[in-house]
Ligand binder design. Sequence first.
Ligand SMILES: Cc1ncc(COP(=O)(O)O)c(C=O)c1O
Length: 364
Amino acid sequence: VGTISFARGVPAPECLPVEELADCARAALERDGRTALGYGSAAGYAPLREWIAAEHSVEPERVLITNGSLQGFIFLAQHLLARKRSRVLVEAPTYDRPLKILVGLGAEVTAIPMDDEGLDLDALEHELRTEPGPAFLYTIPTFQNPSGRTLSEERRARLIDLARRYDLLVLEDDPYGLVRFEGKLLPRLFDLNGSILYSSSFSKVIAPGLRVGYLVLPKALAFALEQIAVSTYITPALLGQATVLEYLRRGLLEPNLERVRELLRARRDAMLRALEREFPAGASWSRPEGGYFVWLDLPDGADAGELLRRADQAGVSFVQGSDFFPGSAGGESSARLAYSFVSPAEIEAGIARLAALLPAVTSV
Ligand SMILES: Cc1ncc(COP(=O)(O)O)c(C=O)c1O
């Protein structure tokens, strides 16, 4: 039996619209091949920039398209941290790649706790009052990676208010917002206030291999980051961007989203069902209404690192909670379980395998 991976936060192969993208890539080349195959503006393929700008009701100059949104994060962090402010606030837990990037850039990373409703804003306000002047706050308010949690509507409004009162730059990273399969649609932070720095991506709504992500920024900041892009890669990969635009123009996004939401909902349901059935009282987990992830808190005293070592041998993998905390300070009894990649049947089997290992890693 092969390894069942709850570690891979990537779409299952059947989520990827291969045939349509093959058609769109050909059509994009036929329509505008000389541009798509050339060096172009480092800010991205102009017609896609316009499409994204219209989607967010901003001018195209505010949009920077990058080779995936993580690349945009790197440019933004490089720029903001070069301005002598080296402290960055993050959610605890948070997405591990930005954490590593920030540490690599020499940032001092401060963790702000979360609960089931997302970022703890009392803790954030306390931090802003006692340690003023961070470079920015990095937040993933909707279906967060790694916890699957979503910032409540009330907290969204309060976060906007705190940002204004404390002059705090906020980066809203939102690759999963459209991947909602139940519950009420919440406003983006950016929709509540257009000075929020906004990041999103076509990775989760079309395909990650296209490498098309984007930032919506104030004009001067977008221009500054474009200069970093020029000196990093001359031009972004335009063929992927032209293919995305063709896909959008054909009206394929919405039907694809409906399909992907159903595939993911079935996986989320399978995971919650299996956890309910297999895991003992004392364990608890998040119940995401969209996105890719469930956050599992093991019963008190259970060692997630030891569980992972044993799970590897038993043919199931996940990412241990401590990887998502600055300096690995936290999450010792927690795990990120991605339900996005494996089939519902594999999810049921994998959760049963994990549960069977639990007694051996729980000290009484
Ligand atoms: C919160 C978050 N931001 C950004 C990314 C990176 O996306 P992209 O493929 O656009 O670089 C991911 C990918 O998993 C993610 O979970």
